[in-house]
Ligand binder design. Sequence first.
Ligand code: BTN
Length: 420
Amino acid sequence: MKDVFVGLGANVGDRAGNLYQARRALAGLPGTRLTGVSRVYESEPVGVRDQPRFLNQVVELETVLGPTDLLEALLQIEARLGRVRTVHWGPRPLDLDLLLYGRVRMSTLALTLPHPRLWERAFVLTPLSELAPGLSTPWDEGVAAAAARLSEEQPLAVWHPRLVGAPLLRLREIGSTNAEALRLAQRGAAEGTVVVAEAQTAGRGRQGRRWLSPPGLGLYLSALFRPAYLEPLQAPLFTMLGAVAARRAAAALSAGNVALKWPNDLVAGSESPPGGRGRLRKLGGVLAEAVSSGPALQAVVLGVGLNLNHQPEDFPPDLRPAATSLAQLTGDRIDRDLAQDALLDALNEVYLTFLTRDADTLWDEFRAHLTTLGREVTLTLASGTLRGRAVDISAQTGALLVELPDGELRSCAAGEVEAT
Ligand code: BTN
């Protein structure tokens, strides 16, 4: 059945994390697909007013489950994610309401459809109107008009917090901002903590490499996330989030074309001959490091290194032919504070999209900017060299899927990729 709408609410604990887990649980129900996700709104509590504010969202489903089975599944998800039904209209880590099930009308002890209070609540109608703007109330008022009218008495706003960048630690010099952020994470630092240094003496790159971090030339920044709502296996997601955000920031700062090289490089420049083996040079890189305990991801530190003001002679001779900076691309000096703000803004936007909507659009953005997808590649792995066609990226693990000449599909979790 299509046109099934479920309302989500949370006002206790990690509210956005609870909504994230609820969306995943809904998408995982048998024969069920999430076909629409509204923005998240923050609303004042209704009924018992002396309690924290709610986050609310509406999702649209396509499901083979009938209304009663779906209601049962919603109750199970609520119970699993910790709702204790004590105070009516009281605080809750997660509240799931079956709002509409197509055109079904029914009323039993357990379930009334449409939801009996659907048309009275701004925090339901406003997100619902995003997904189903053509819907009308029983008295033929358009859903958007009804939502606007109700929100005058029941104020609510799109939830768009600043999650990344507070507190912000600016250091003159440190071994590695990633190592420092991990150390702070172990001591209980909050999500959003950012460490930025003018220089690093032991900057870390992927696969145990060093990241040269001389003073004044680059941006060296690490942000701490606390995605306890994810499993440890999902940590590679953060490499993608970091790459998408860093690419957006670098593209905005250079007003130019910045691409991604799997799995975590920012590259720029021109390919010559066009489409051929390129002289794309490395502009920056992303390094995600995770701490997990048991089934939950405790902390992820996302480190970004961006070459700002390097001239060719600032790179060691062996890296020179393969490296570039934003200053070389634009011909102008890049202000470090401006670059830092652009990166923090991009990280915040990307993380919010991931947390409140889904990762699909971000994976699409990642794929769209990858230099190698659809091309013949040579992959250097720890175990040797592979040749084949890079066909896709796994949205589960971030692995590169390579089609070998004999048609076998090989999933590569790490390695160096070059277009051939
Ligand atoms: C790579 O391309 O290999 C990843 C490079 C990541 C470098 C950044 S600089 C800020 C942060 N701190 C580190 O020690 N590494 C990351």
